[in-house]
Ligand binder design. Structure first.
Ligand code: IPD
Ligand code: CA
Ligand code: CA
Ligand code: CA
Length: 268
């Protein structure tokens, strides 16, 4: 039996190596390899190369584990553990040179479906600012930051001035009317809105108390696996509109009381 802390150590080691590779490729110049679901939904050579490195390191260290990655799909698990990986979350930021992108690596138990898995460990590493956010189930969440130093993470309750709320908009133009309707419905609770451009960084931003809340529709398992565990281990809540787990339909993250206020608003 491997402990969540052992899985966390492996996630950290690989996320740091993968992040260094992403940053190095960024300095050398970004090449857009293809578009995916829409013209705006790009994939770069680095997305693929970084995922290959992560997959290779994981299969060497833990050959019985499954794998689910954004760029290379799924591999089966014989150990019960599956790694859910976004090699570069925030690819559009990466392509434009905005230093808000991250490697996101999580180990989950059971299936690779966010509605059913038990997340065991996660690491989100932003190499552009050298910040690493980590959690292991039952062990809390921590930040190792070149800017802030080291600290335990804890979610924040919004101030009476209103909440700083982050969100994201899907690549598919057909979803934009819904995105805008949700945005106007949450405005009464907001002091301001942030669109950071990387779901994993939105989630760990909530865990770190840098954001009061985050919500987004349309996320994939790799966008949310590490970040939702980090929020929960920082004392926050994550989920969908009304009691279900976070997933494609809706992902909300916030401190418990504000989580309930925000999901009430979003579900009406
Ligand atoms: C995207 C980012 C973005 C979110 C999209 C994701 P990618 O991931 O997290 O913030 O709005 O839904 O797909 O494609 O950059 O890994
Ligand atoms: Ca992508
Ligand atoms: Ca992503
Ligand atoms: Ca990605």
């Amino acid at each position: 039996m491997t402990t969540p802390l052992e899985l966390q150590s492996l996630a950290i080691e690989i996320a740091r190596e993968a992040g260094a590779l992403a940053a190095q490729r960024r300095r050398e110049g970004v090449h857009i390899a293809a578009t995916k679901s829409a013209l705006a939904d790009i994939v770069t050579d680095a997305d693929r190369e970084v995922e290959e490195l992560i997959r290779d390191r994981l299969s060497t260290a833990r050959p019985g584990d499954g794998f689910l990655g954004e760029e290379s799909g799924e591999g089966t698990s014989t150990s019960g553990v599956t790694w859910v990986v976004d090699p570069i979350d925030g690819t559009v930021n990466y392509a434009y040179g905005i230093p808000a992108y991250a490697v996101s690596i999580a180990a989950v138990q059971g299936t690779a479906d966010p509605a059913e898995w038990t997340a065991l460990a996660g690491a989100v590493f932003n190499p552009a600012v050298n910040e690493l956010f980590v959690a292991a189930r039952g062990e809390g969440a921590r930040l190792h930051s070149a800017i802030e130093g080291e600290r335990r993470l804890a979610v924040a309750e919004p101030s009476p001035a209103g909440a700083l709320i982050a969100t994201g908009f899907g690549y598919d133009p057909a979803t934009h009317a819904g995105d805008l309707a949700r945005l106007s419905s949450v405005m009464p609770l907001a002091r301001d809105i942030r669109r950071i451009g990387a779901a994993s960084l939105d989630l760990v931003g909530v865990a770190a108390g840098r954001l009061d809340a985050y919500y987004e529709r349309g996320l994939h398992p790799w966008d949310l696996a590490a970040g939702t565990l980090i929020v929960e281990e920082a004392g926050g809540m994550t989920g969908g509109y009304s009691g279900e787990r976070a997933g494609r339909e809706m992902t909300v993250a916030a401190a418990p009381e504000f989580f309930r206020r925000l999901t009430d608003l979003l579900s009406n």
